[in-house]
Design a protein around this ligand. Sequence first.
Ligand code: FES
Length: 251
Amino acid sequence: MPHPPPTGDRPTPESAEVFDADIHAKAAEIIGRYPVARSALLPMLHLVQSVQGYVSQEGISFCASKLDLTEAEVSAVATFYTMYKRKPCGEHLVSVCTNTLCAAMGGDAIYKKLQDHLGENGTPLGHEETSGTPGEPGSITLEHAECLAACDLAPVLQVNYEYFDNQTEQSAVELVDALRKGEKPHPTRGAPLTDLKSVELQLAGFFPDDEQFTADVDGPSAAEETLRGAKLAQERGWVAPAMRDEEANHG
Ligand code: FES
């Protein structure tokens, strides 16, 4: 099948209005990290999401023109991964894990509670719907998420991909209320809270250039519960059985 003709670096009039010279420069930097331009698509989608809080049609056009892809190819990727949003998002993205373990430990109840709490006029907030005006301070987009890789700390939720472990319905409600008031409660572990657009820029590979940021991000990331099994094994002298080839080498 013939490759589609190159579209070249020709942003559409719409995308030219949305993405300024700084974003064009950042796009060039991202593309320069890869031997082939199309390999830069995932961080490029994060870059456009950092501008508008979602991947708009202008964002699709921008990526296609920069990466020599068709808009259909960019759309196919943007709609495949759940981290790329196709509707404007709130200042914060709250992701509640409702996968098996978290669900059984209270995740389903937390999600339902937040749906009701963030909804209006008795209508619960739906998946990927936003409470407040998208992009405005205190606005929150709610989603249910698959396993967030923190099952030992279930039930968990994330705000802008930072972890809040061992949640309850009450702690989750207090958390979103604080976010709506403009507060930034510190996650259980990892980096301090910012907002979704700032995190999207980081996911595109651009980090604040200051020592405090580095120090904050370098904070502890392994929780007590995560390390408990390894500590217990150490105390009791438990070791994993040798691999077969190790046994053969040692006769
Ligand atoms: S099931 Fe929720 S983090 Fe794994």
